[in-house]
Design a binder for this molecule. Structure first.
Ligand code: GLY
Length: 371
């Protein structure tokens, strides 16, 4: 993509997000309803897994523009999340998403020692969720003691960061055990993946692979697939283990082949019935970042496949699925939280905007490597 075109989109994003910052103040956004972030996630659920994406996006834009408003607003969100860290209850595997994009981002950008402490606290909570019998990090809370999910591949960066930062290899060992198990249990022969695997938490035996946020058990939830693409690519970046890169490529080939059938924008589930047609642009945006991570890891000869596919997907998103009007909230339209959650279908979701901005920054050669 032309650098000038990317710059135009980054400028549009800057204008829109700056306006959102002014409207939101210290609120934490999630889903825009009728073009407005009506709910403040501090009131709805401070421990909600998406509460770091707003801050992550602001750090990306701060890197691009140096605007103080982005830095101070990102810092506010990070400070607000302290209450969630203190409360502990309600937090789960997604502490990675929450503190990677707030505290780790802050620490990498500014060297703030308080941010470092918060991130190490979160990493230690994540490591504490490890099940040694099954060699996986358990998902969610309550009775789901034996559950692992593909999404958690994205949380491993927090553990790799903590190992690097403290010199304590246990964080990395847990991340590697989890990635190995996910590769063995969740990734299928054709490169698609299961969302969930349920283990006997005592013996570590795999019991079942039930339906998750996709259409049904055995189907192919697109955002889960994008977590596999980006998550395994990042696991390779952090470890240099070739099998993770091969898995990321296999998951990517499956993703690319499927989005090529629908104009380079993903359906919510690649194995759902033909009707109703439901899109999930957030899966596309996340997969783009994964494809760019793979492109950075492979030879010049191979790079083109991943970069070209990523650019086709960016083109499709920016030309058909973005609202750049600074007066309304949410850039990326038509994100879907889950196949069977009608109220959150084809709406602007905060993580869609985050991954879109990260993708534009990466393509413009300015990406802030936060993961
Ligand atoms: N991590 C949950 C989701 O992708 O919706």
């Amino acid at each position: 993509m032309e650098k000038t075109v990317l710059e135009q989109y980054l400028n549009l994003a800057d204008k829109k997000i700056e306006a959102e910052c002014c409207r939101l103040g210290k609120k934490i956004p999630y889903i825009a309803e009728d073009g407005v972030y009506k709910k403040d996630m501090r009131d709805v659920n401070l421990s909600w897994w998406t509460n770091g994406f707003w801050s992550g996006m602001l750090w990306q834009l701060y890197k691009n523009t140096g605007k103080e408003l982005y830095k101070t607003t990102a810092e506010h969100t990070e400070t607000e999340l302290d209450r969630a860290l203190e409360n502990f209850e309600g937090l789960h595997h997604d502490v990675g998403f929450m503190w990677q994009l707030t505290a780790v981002a802050d620490y990498k950008m500014t060297g703030n020692p308080v941010a470092r402490r918060r991130a190490l606290h979160a990493a230690t909570l994540l490591a504490g969720r490890y099940n040694d019998a099954g060699q996986f990090i358990r998902a969610w809370n309550l009775d789901k003691t034996g559950w692992m999910i593909i999404d958690c591949m994205m949380n491993l960066s927090l553990l790799f960061w903590a190992a690097e930062e403290t010199g304590d290899p246990r964080y990395r060992q847990i991340a590697i055990h989890h990635a190995d198990t996910a590769q063995r249990v969740l990734i299928r022969e054709d490169g698609s993946c299961n969302h969930i695997a349920v283990f006997d938490p005592e013996s570590g035996e795999v019991l079942e692979k039930p339906e998750g946020q996709g259409y049904a058990s055995g189907s192919s939830w697109a955002r889960g697939q994008s977590w596999a693409v980006y998550g395994f690519a990042l696991a390779y970046t952090h470890t240099g283990k070739k099998e993770y890169l091969e898995t990321a490529k296999k998951a990517a080939h499956y993703f690319i082949a499927n989005v090529a059938l629908t104009g380079y924008v993903s359906l919510v589930d690649f194995r759902a019935p033909e009707e109703p047609v439901m899109l999930d642009t957030t899966a596309t945006a996340c997969a783009i970042c994964g494809l760019l991570e793979i492109a950075d890891a492979v030879s010049e000869y191979e790079k083109k496949l991943y970069k070209d596919a990523a650019e086709k997907m960016v083109d499709a998103l920016v030309e058909q699925h973005c609202d750049w009007n600074p007066q309304s909230d949410g850039i990326l339209q038509h994100g879907t939280a889950a196949y069977h959650r009608e109220e959150d279908t084809e709406v602007p979701i905060i993580y869609g905007d985050y991954f879109l901005i990260e993708a534009l920054m990466r393509l413009a050669g300015k990406g802030f490597k936060v993961w």
